[in-house]
Design a binder for this molecule. Structure first.
Ligand code: SF4
Ligand code: SF4
Length: 67
């Protein structure tokens, strides 16, 4: 489950910049790319620093969860 609207896609090159940028430590290392956990406040700082344009904000799902 990912309650944040911030998502990371496969363009991630694993540089780790987002991990050290997030003020909430809401990005955690995972198998293929970092994952956003529910501490995310949607400040969007990570989107600004990602050199691969791999982080995006998607509209909140209404009535159902993203898969
Ligand atoms: S949007 Fe802000 S709080 Fe959320 S993961 Fe990115 S840097 Fe962290
Ligand atoms: S800043 Fe972008 S490319 Fe670097 S680890 Fe985070 S999502 Fe991946």
């Amino acid at each position: 489950m990912n309650p944040s609207t911030v998502v990371i896609d496969r363009r991630c090159v694993g540089c780790g910049l987002c991990l050290i940028t997030c003020p909430e430590h809401a990005l955690v290392p995972a198998r293929h790319h970092p994952e956003v956990v529910d501490r995310c406040t949607e400040c969007l700082a990570c989107i600004e620093v990602c050199p691969a344009d791999a982080i995006h904000q998607q509209p909140p799902m209404r009535g159902r969860e993203a898969t």
